[in-house]
Design a protein around this ligand. Structure first.
Ligand code: SF4
Length: 600
């Protein structure tokens, strides 16, 4: 099916210089030169992928329609020796929230794609039967995936590696949840890494694309390799092996279990409480006892991934978000059961954050007598059983939970119990105990998200004015950081460091100032897209329960984020962004960012 031999060409510094275009309807595969005119404004991953995506669609596009493209994009450092830079992004419109949607994953697929000679690939159309995309350097083809139709991600990834006859090949795959187009299905990569949250799996599933396998044997060129490697070594020693980042190696994200409990912002029992009194069963010490080995993404010396094993249950993880939202928030204080839950989700292709939140809501609905889902806080049997029911849509209960919190709450008139923003479930940092996180969730472009701004331990967390401005700055910074494919756990990376490495790698000067502007530009494009998709200022809001129901225990006990305070925060935030009172970027802001001529 559609094999194409592509030509080799000299690649650019830090970029491969080519993007693969895949039309699944016709089976046509082609290669296009990288749109270099966009590189200095959008750089890579999120930003560059977003620019490609917005050039191809109108915001009212139906997410699961064949014509909706999915853009996969690496960044300039991906595949180089710069540590913690192996992430790559997927950009499309979310079938779960209807917003613009970026997700990124670590692991090893991004660098492998660069080694094969591509900065990214763009998929559109729909295959008439399940297929996978095979990339082996300049040999690219679509092949039948019918043999693994309906199978889990782990088996599918093995099948994909066998298809290229190389254990070195890197893979992306969806499980039954993606094939069934469930709104919170993931794309898995290398077994335990995911493009998660808002329906990446469904996007692939809607196109009958079961997976992608890539084997690349090239490299990434830099302008001045000696200086580049010296800089890499210098930043590694001075900026990565520091206390700011070493927790990722020693503890990984489970270290946050104790921190968030100490702050009283650890969602527990469907976001009723801010402290889990049984948190020791799920904290970093518990994970260390169950740890059997570690794993790193390509080019990462921190190796934050922890393989855990208890009584035959094993997984890479669980990460903090899973420990909290699938553990504490479900009253599940048994690490072995959380590991089992995590592994099931990873194999079937469900997001553990949303999965945990939806199940917690169903437990709350059951225990409060509003509707009996036969799910109770802390009871593991049905908690594990329902995961497959959701992914397979095999029972009425599974089909209802597959709708997600927003629709489930609407169905049972329980909007007061749900914790979502723009349809995406609230992450594991309670906004009643940190107003900055509340502002971050309400204004995130893809719904409640902790990866856009993260003022978790700020001493000013209840100062609305400081938080509103800090969230806007962080969102801009993270937009460019994600566009460089830099992992979140390089906590001390700066515009200056990125600019320095880019200058040496590209062989042309790059300034911190232009990267600052690029971050703000990227954030504003997401806003323009969402406005075009029908979102308004009214959607920049927190769940009712966080504005009206006092938090149940801990240091933030009794707190709410009052609507009046929230409205004031939003006003300050819009003003800091140069947006009007309706959250629309003002004309002068668009001119300043070079966005006044852009068609979205
Ligand atoms: S810190 Fe963890 S997630 Fe980040 S690049 Fe390293 S191994 Fe990957």
């Amino acid at each position: 099916m559609g094999i194409l031999i592509l030509w080799k060409e000299e690649n650019m510094n830090l970029y491969a210089g080519k993007v693969l275009m895949i039309d699944l309807s016709s089976g046509k595969i082609s290669v296009e030169p990288l749109r270099t005119e966009w590189v200095r404004e959008y750089w890579g991953c999120w930003g560059l992928g977003l620019r490609y995506y917005c050039d191809m669609v109108q915001p009212d596009i139906e997410p699961l329609a064949p014509e909706n493209p999915i853009v996969f994009m690496t960044g300039p450092f991906c595949g180089t020796m710069v540590p913690l830079t192996s992430r790559f992004s997927m950009i499309s419109k979310s079938p779960y929230t209807g917003t613009i949607y970026e997700a990124n994953t670590g692991g090893a697929f991004g660098p492998e794609l660069k080694f094969a000679g591509y900065d990214g690939f763009i998929v559109k159309g729909k295959a008439d039967r399940p297929v996978f995309l095979k990339i082996e350097d300049d040999r690219v083809s679509l092949e039948s995936a019918e043999a693994v139709s309906g199978r889990g991600i782990f088996a599918t990834e093995e099948f994909l590696k066998e298809a290229v006859g190389s254990p070195e090949a890197k893979t992306l795959a969806i499980g039954p949840a993606g094939e069934n187009c469930i709104g919170y299905s993931c794309i898995g990569s290398e077994a335990y890494r995911q493009f998660g949250r808002a329906g990446a799996g469904a996007l692939l599933g809607s196109k009958n694309l079961k997976g992608v396998v890539c084997r690349g044997t090239g490299g990434v060129r830099v302008a001045d390799v000696t200086t580049f490697l010296e800089k890499v070594r210098q930043y590694e020693e001075e900026n990565i092996y520091t206390d700011d980042n070493l927790w990722a190696n020693t503890d990984g994200t489970p270290v946050l279990v104790d921190l968030t409990n100490d702050l009283g912002i650890h969602p527990t029992r469907n976001y009723r409480f801010g402290v889990n009194e049984h948190k020791d069963a799920l904290n970093s010490d518990a994970i260390k006892k169950a740890k059997v080995s570690a794993r790193a993404c390509t080019s990462c010396p921190l190796a934050c991934g922890k393989f855990t094993h208890i009584n035959g249950a094993e997984v890479e993880g669980p990460e903090y978000e899973t420990l909290c939202l699938s553990g504490s928030n479900c009253g599940m204080n048994d690490l072995e059961q959380v590991i089992r839950f995590n592994r099931l989700c990873d194999d079937l292709g469900l997001d553990t954050m949303t999965g945990g939140s939806v199940i917690a809501l169903a437990m709350d609905l059951t225990e409060s007598g509003r509707h009996d889902f036969n799910l109770k806080f802390g009871e593991s049997g049905e908690y594990l059983k329902v995961v497959e029911e959701i992914a397979m849509l095999s029972t009425e209960r599974g089909r209802e939970l597959a709708m997600g919190s927003k629709k489930l709450a609407e169905k049972y008139h329980a909007e007061d119990m749900a914790a979502e923003v723009k349809g995406l479930e609230v992450p594991a940092y309670e906004p009643r105990g940190n107003y900055g996180m509340g502002i971050a969730y309400a204004t995130s472009e893809r719904g409640a998200c902790h990866l856009r701004a993260f003022p978790v331990d700020s001493p000013d967390r209840f100062d609305i004015e400081i938080m509103a401005k800090e969230v806007a700055d962080s969102q801009n910074f993270n937009a460019i950081k994600w566009s460089m494919c830099i992992c979140d756990f390089w906590g001390s990376v700066s515009h200056e460091i990125m600019a320095d490495l880019l200058s040496v790698g590209l062989g042309e000067p790059v300034t911190a100032e232009e990267l600052t502007v690029a971050g703000e530009r990227i954030w504003n494009i997401t806003r323009l897209f969402n406005l075009g998709a029908g979102f308004t200022a009214a959607d920049d809001i927190l769940p009712k329960k966080m504005m009206e129901q006092p938090l149940g225990n801990g240091p933030a006990e009794g707190r709410v984020f009052l609507k009046d305070d929230f409205d004031r925060a939003l006003k300050i935030y819009y003003s800091a962004r140069g947006w009007d009172e309706q959250g629309v970027p003002k004309a002068e802001k668009l001119v300043e960012l070079g966005l006044d001529q852009i068609r979205i």
